[in-house]
Design a binder for this molecule. Structure first.
Ligand code: UDP
Length: 342
């Protein structure tokens, strides 16, 4: 049995990874300030430390309290649009938090580190599907911040022997197939939850960002990878790091779907048409982002278990129907009941 520190383990991808680690019997300490994450999303049996990952005193204390076999770093600023309004904060926070965390790991003698990275490293790629060593040319400060973090980890490997896996997520989507976890962001900016909420009538009609892309139906194409498959990639990456070398993987299914494909699938799965309007392109959105995943498959044996768009949308739909107000909404209703009765 191993023990892992998971920053951002109360967030969307982090919480699915914590669940997967607990299911295979690992000990987990979650470090999350709950600004974005949800206490209810932390799997049973995991320790939750509510604190800021950017505060080095917290890191010192945590590494003094526990001995870790690896660190998984999810806690980060992650909104592309916001990063273009506050580029310096994005780059400063995402880079420095990664570097100080890596340093704390090195000092504690922990030699495995997994970083949530992003397809945004690649900017506007010319060749699809995107290989790991396609050129890096981020078109957002968010993408730049993760590229800098990846490079910092290269130095940590070279000088200190800290082995890192940087996983470049394509579009993380869907929810735990057993319905225990789902996607609950504030603000929500992602296509699938917004389309589902539009179908449910709990948010306004969706706006399709751009219908004049050079794609078959004119809307942008993305690679929607199921969050449970993404979580599985993290566990496998941790195992590969035991071989004593750092790795970089693009994590996606290798299939692209357009915005209109997603709208149609949400309509089919939910039995309700998604109300939508056509709008202009969103700044910085490339036409097509699809992962080449051969390296991940070859090195780790990973393959998607929930690889169809239908499975992605169905799991997301099932969770949202049961949690129309997200995690906190459910808790608020439950805790409000006794008060109302008294
Ligand atoms: N999108 C859209 N309307 C929305 C949100 C997203 O048309 O309200 C599009 C977006 O332009 C992109 C795709 O859906 O082409 C996926 O966007 P999302 O924000 O989910 O993920 P991203 O690709 O930005 O990581």
């Amino acid at each position: 049995m191993a023990r892992f520190l998971v920053t951002g383990g109360a967030g969307y991808v982090g919480s699915h990874v914590v669940l997967a680690l607990r299911e295979r019997g690992d000990d987990v300490v979650v470090l999350d300030d709950l600004r974005q994450g949800h206490r209810q999303a932390v799997a049973a049996g995991a320790e939750l430390v509510v604190a800021d990952v950017g505060d080095r005193k917290n890191l010192t204390e945590i590494f003094a309290n526990w001995k870790f076999d690896g660190v998984l770093h999810f806690a980060a600023l992650s909104l592309v649009g916001e990063s273009m309004r506050e580029p310096l904060r994005y780059m400063a926070e995402n880079l420095s938090n990664t570097l100080w965390l890596a340093e704390a790991a090195v000092k504690a003698g922990c030699d495995r580190f997994v970083l949530s990275s992003t397809a945004a490293l690649f900017g506007l790629p010319e060749i699809i599907p995107i290989e790991e060593d396609a050129g890096f040319a981020p078109v957002s400060a968010y993408g730049e911040s993760k590229l800098m973090a990846e490079r910092g980890l290269e130095w940590a490997d070279r000088v200190h022997g800290l082995r890192s896996a940087c996983l470049r997520y394509f579009n993380a989507a869907g929810a735990d197939p057993q319905g225990r976890l789902g996607e609950d962001h504030t603000p929500e900016t992602h296509l699938i939850p917004l389309a589902i909420d539009a179908a449910l009538g709990i948010r306004p009609p969706l706006t399709v960002f751009g219908t004049d892309y050079d794609t078959p139906d004119g809307t942008a194409i993305r690679d929607y990878v199921h969050v449970t498959d993404l979580a599985d990639a993290h566990l496998r990456a941790l195992d590969v790091l035991k071989q004593g070398r750092s790795v970089r993987y693009n994590v996606g299914n290798g299939n692209g779907y357009s915005v209109l494909d997603v709208i149609r699938m949400v309509g089919e799965v939910s039995g309700r048409p998604v109300p939508y309007a056509e709008g202009p392109r969103r700044a910085g959105d490339p036409a097509v982002l699809v992962a080449a995943n051969a390296r991940l498959r070859r090195d780790t044996g990973w393959s998607p278990r929930y690889g169809s768009l239908e499975q992605v949308v169905r799991t997301a739909w099932t969770w949202r129907q049961k949690h129309p107000h997200g995690f906190d909404g459910v808790a608020a209703t439950m805790s409000a009941t006794p008060v109302a009765e008294s």
